[in-house]
Write a protein that binds this ligand. Structure first.
Ligand SMILES: *Cc1c(COP(=O)(O)O)cnc(C)c1O
Ligand code: SF4
Length: 328
């Protein structure tokens, strides 16, 4: 078995499997994971140092997830914007295509936590076929974001089939892969995978790192393999309380990404997703961080600070002049 499959199979999925030094006394975690599954693979687990640290917060369930009564499950109205299951067509020329229902870790702040890793997101040959058929008959879509779940959790053959089918559609120019694998299970990025992806250029990979400690030697090797295959790399970071809501941490993250040939793409204000409220920071905090980043980092390191508007309004940049609307 491949190293990555073996690691994945040894993931912990129940709070009582956490090593004692990473536990907190929270009796209701079983209820949390009934609703929002837990999966921490041994690689990511090995990076966590102590309860409450930035990596622990992203991976370990919290009772606060089920105490949120206010936020909607699907704030971005993705279900309403899906002409066929698992395909979101929100912008005229771009579509989001969910081809995998699972991830190498279930991030506690996930915007699709209502369904990722649960029976509410199912990917089958039929949903893939329906998505491809929609893309074929909708030639205004020229840019497809392949996402999930995590598309790189598919095995090589399944991934090749999807990418080859997309490449057979003449109206599709750009293929983007949205994946957290280089961060959460970098050994999945084998030399074989990089060589495989390269066959489908122009292909872009957007990764998702939230903290400089996630850029380990293994993650750096994964990124180098992709960059060496000529794949432009971007990063979508989510602004998360206790993880990266601090200018020094954010600057270090952006600089480390650049060193690894990853161009920071977006920093997202946390979506209003049910079960993620405890991660939310104010827009003022985000703007203050961006101000530091603007003043101290090269232009190459500057992502767009953006919010994905509730109700399917799409992504808009948050700029200093917006602060007056955001005082809280
Ligand atoms: C984010 C997103 C896109 C891509 O937007 P870009 O700003 O081009 O990166 C496309 N479709 C959906 C549904 C999205 O959420
Ligand atoms: S890897 Fe992405 S889709 Fe999967 S749980 Fe994390 S944030 Fe959600």
């Amino acid at each position: 078995m491949n190293t990555w499959k073996h690691l994945l199979s040894r993931s912990i999925t129940r709070p009582e499997q956490l090593p004692a030094f990473l536990r907190r006394n929270s009796p209701n975690l079983a209820k949390v994971i009934e609703r929002y599954p837990m999966r921490i693979n041994p690689y990511y687990l090995s990076l966590i140092r102590a309860p409450g640290d930035p990596l622990w917060l992203q991976a370990v369930p919290d009772e606060l997830e089920i105490n949120d009564q206010l936020c909607p499950d699907d704030p971005l109205a993705e279900e309403n914007l899906s002409p066929v299951p698992n395909l979101v067509h929100k912008y005229p020329d771009r579509a989001l295509f969910l081809v995998s229902s699972a991830c190498a870790m279930y991030c506690r702040f996930c915007t699709r936590k209502r369904k990722v890793g649960t029976g509410r997101l199912t990917v089958t040959p039929d949903t893939i076929r329906a998505g491809l058929d929609y893309l074929i008959k909708t030639p205004m879509i020229r840019d497809v974001l392949v996402s999930g779940g995590d598309p790189l959790l598919l095995d090589d053959e399944a991934l090749i089939n999807i990418l080859a089918s997309l490449r057979r559609i003449p109206s599709i120019e750009i293929i983007r892969i949205g994946t957290r694998i280089p961060c959460t299970l970098p050994m999945r990025v084998t030399a074989r995978l990089a060589a495989l992806l390269k066959r489908f250029h122009p292909i872009y990979v957007n990764t998702h790192f939230n903290h400089p400690d996630e850029l380990t030697p293994q993650a750096m090797l994964a990124l180098a393999r992709l960059a060496d295959a000529g794949i432009p790399l971007g990063c979508q970071t989510v602004l998360l309380r206790g993880v990266n809501d601090n200018p020094e941490v954010m600057k270090k993250l952006l600089q480390k990404l650049l060193l690894n040939r990853v161009k920071p793409y977006y920093i997202f204000q946390g979506d209003l997703t049910k079960g993620t409220n405890h991660f939310r920071t104010s827009v003022g905090t985000g703007l203050a961080i961006m101000d530091e980043v603007n003043r101290h980092c090269s232009g190459l390191a500057q992502p767009t600070y953006a919010i994905d508007l509730p109700g399917g309004g799409g992504k808009v940049a948050l700029l200093p002049q917006h602060e007056m609307y955001c005082r809280s």
